[in-house]
Ligand binder design. Structure first.
Ligand code: UDP
Ligand code: MG
Length: 315
């Protein structure tokens, strides 16, 4: 009789052929140490290198323990993780790890121990950001400050996707089917008893990071628009404030004209005011556009991802 699955180690990979062989051995030994109910699940997020061939090999070697899932193209890490989470058997807990070894698998048993002791969510928190440029550190700090000021869901800082989710948190997460996904926010949104787990983030085993500044900026926009409508409200207040200023300026002009007459002047200041207000209006439209665009994507009701091929344990 097959043992029931109680824990799945989930890894999303995009062009990680250089790092995966090393990681796989470490994952297998951790899985073995944790007992018979542990599975490894890989999601190939539209890789163009040898990643899929490697993963297929892994599942052929250990069909009962290793599952693999291939998306039809590159959907991005957030959706690749969603695809993986959807294929975790109900009732199992999951640990999400990066494919590049930056989240050390050897820490999983300690996370599992916290879960068994009662925590439903155990999230990894980086205690150092060595090896990251000051630009990345400063922008990360600014991002957490902004999003936590704007969002009703507090998002713990310096956390990545490295975390353990218990079966109840998993069930709640499965109910969130939004298309524009910011996983860190969704993980935080489901709540439950959550504990931070401090760890040193290791350097990449091999290959290069897939997240450049432009992708990070877009992820940050996704996070802010997904978890806050404050930017929409800001336009209202900026508008109110500038209307008040304009009213006061109008009063001043009337008084000045009554007292000293009306020598035609002030073209430069008028241009300055017009272009300033034009800029404000475009900016407010842009903010509305960001939300409208996301509403449009949501309204189309497309599936979140498309699975090309899957080899799952017990299937
Ligand atoms: N990843 C993915 N799809 C993508 C980009 C990245 O599944 O489109 C995976 C990647 O293979 C890795 C994880 O997401 O397992 C984190 O990516 P990366 O190491 O490039 O990001 P960083 O650690 O630099 O933030
Ligand atoms: Mg990485």
């Amino acid at each position: 009789m097959p043992t029931s699955v109680d824990l799945v180690l989930l890894v999303a990979a995009h062009n990680e052929e250089a790092a995966l062989p090393l990681l796989h051995l470490r994952l297998l030994s951790v899985a073995e140490g944790l007992g018979p109910g542990v599975r490894v699940l890989y999601v190939d997020d539209g890789s163009r290198d040898g990643t899929w061939a490697l993963l297929e090999g892994f599942s052929r070697d250990e069909p009962g323990r290793v599952g693999v899932l291939r998306l039809s193209r590159n959907f991005g890490k957030e959706l690749a993780l969603t695809a993986g989470l959807d294929h975790v058997p109900p009732g199992a807990a999951v640990v999400v790890l990066d494919a590049d070894g930056q989240d050390p698998p050897e820490l999983v048993p300690a996370m599992v121990a916290r879960w068994r002791a009662g925590a439903e969510v155990v999230f990894g928190r980086r205690i150092s950001r060595v090896g990251e440029s000051w630009v990345k550190r400063a922008s990360a700090a600014a991002f957490y400050r902004v999003i936590n000021a704007l969002s009703d869901t507090p998002i713990p800082r310096d956390t990545g996707d490295f975390r353990l989710l218990g079966p109840r948190a998993m069930a709640a997460l499965r109910g969130l089917r939004e298309r524009q996904r910011f996983m860190k926010g969704l993980f935080a949104w489901v709540g439950f008893r959550s504990e931070a787990f401090d760890y040193e983030r290791a350097p990449r085993l091999a290959g290069n990071s897939k997240f450049n500044y432009w992708r990070l900026w877009n992820l940050a926009l996704e996070g802010i628009t997904g978890f806050s409508t404050v930017p929409l409200r800001v336009a209202t207040y900026v508008g109110l404030a500038s209307a008040l200023l304009a009213f006061l300026a109008g009063l001043a002009i009337i008084v000045r004209t009554l007292l000293w007459g009306d020598p035609v002047a002030g073209w430069p200041s008028m241009m300055a005011v017009i272009s300033f207000l034009g800029g404000l209006q475009l900016m407010a439209l842009g903010v509305i556009g960001e939300y409208l665009g996301r509403l449009y994507l949501e309204a189309k009701q497309r599936p979140l991802y498309v699975v090309d091929e899957a080899h799952l344990p017990g299937a």
